[in-house]
Write a protein of this length. Structure first.
Length: 230
């Protein structure tokens, strides 16, 4: 089942594809659905993508394809109606017009600084930062500014912004935001050893941090990086 906003969004995307051959921008979708921010559009698109109604075309920020429409959606008058026993109507975007590149931007929460060395306190701030939509996949994301050099061998440097997908679990070897004792957060490789958790740095100058499993909570998995050059 889709929510009312999800229904409204997929109908709007399909309408734009039929009219122009180009999927609407995040700004157009935000205005059409009367949403306060583009992050709301991103969440709706991610939900539709996860349910198999739409997909993003690779390497293009403004390229969405409608895979199927909800059962109660009305087909275009120029198209034949589906048989009564069909549950979905598959409608693909016209192939005559190539999607144009766009720089859609999503505002993600910025939750302060996170240590890539010894753990530091995780700051829950109210700020946000703009991120190109093409860098984010499905799911809810936030950003953290990296402090320290213990992950430099993984290409993560002091002052980088880590883009993190919210998650409570992770596989061995993934880079995670780990909260230790509910008060200190760090960015490390996750390793599980029986009833213990080892947080491994990516710098030979630092030692792994080993904790009882109950002391460590995964708060997200690294999804990408942003770096400023001065």
């Amino acid at each position: 089942m889709l929510t009312a906003k999800q229904h409204e969004l997929i109908r709007f995307i399909q309408q734009k594809l039929e009219e122009t051959g180009i999927s609407p921008s995040f700004e157009e979708m935000k205005e059409a659905l009367d949403l306060k921010s583009k992050s709301g559009v991103h969440r709706l698109i991610s939900a539709l993508e996860e349910r198999g109604f739409i997909r993003r075309l690779p390497n293009r920020a403004r390229a969405l394809e409608v895979i199927k429409l909800p059962e109660d959606s009305v087909t275009s008058p120029s198209k034949p109606a589906a048989p009564a026993n069909d549950t979905v109507v598959a409608v693909h975007a016209p192939k005559t017009a190539a999607p144009e590149p766009a720089n859609d931007i999503i505002e993600v929460p910025l939750h302060g600084r996170i240590a890539a060395g010894a753990p530091i306190e995780a700051i829950e701030g109210q700020a946000s930062m703009p991120v190109p939509a093409a860098l984010l996949g499905p799911g809810d994301h936030y950003a953290l500014e990296v402090s320290g050099d213990s992950m430099i061998e993984a290409g993560i440097f002091d002052g980088d912004f880590a883009l993190v997908k919210r998650a409570e679990t992770a596989r061995d070897g993934e880079i995670v935001v780990a909260l230790v004792d509910n008060e200190e957060a760090t960015l490390k490789y996750l390793r599980k050893e029986g009833g213990m958790v080892r947080l491994d740095p990516a710098n030979g100058a630092y030692e792994p941090q080993i904790y009882e499993a109950g002391r460590v909570k995964v708060q997200g998995k690294l999804a990408g990086l942003l770096r400023r050059y001065h």
